[in-house]
Design a protein around this ligand. Structure first.
Ligand code: HEC
Length: 85
């Protein structure tokens, strides 16, 4: 839910696929999700998939970083409970 509401508009309802403006982000590690969503930054030494700066910080999602990371990990491994595949 948190992903669909806040992220899917730019990325994709399926995070393994590129979105309207954002790259695929399935499997993103927690440090990357936290850096992007809260600080609009990247972890040290991380090479971004895109060199654009379109994504805005969403600091109110701080309590959801764990859930978002778990969802993106599950999407990468095909292990989502509500996945229709
Ligand atoms: C306004 C559109 C937009 C929204 C909303 C958005 N993103 Fe992004 N995201 C982008 C774009 C575009 C990039 C590529 C870098 C940039 O331009 O900022 C990106 C990059 C990322 C990356 C880094 C990808 C990589 O490996 O380089 C992650 C992780 C990410 N977004 C996660 C999220 C999550 C999680 C949410 C929801 C909480 C979200 N984004 C919401 C547009 C968006």
């Amino acid at each position: 839910m948190v992903y669909l509401v806040n992220c899917a508009s730019c990325h994709n309802a399926d995070p393994r696929l590129p979105g309207s403006v954002g790259p695929p982000i399935a499997g993103s590690p927690r440090a990357l999700v936290e850096a992007r969503v809260l600080h609009r930054s990247y972890p040290p030494a991380y090479v971004p998939k895109r060199s654009t700066h379109l994504m805005r910080p969403m600091p109110w999602l701080a309590p959801q970083i764990g859930n978002l990371t778990a969802y993106l990990q599950a999407a990468a491994t095909g292990d989502t409970a509500d996945d229709p595949r």
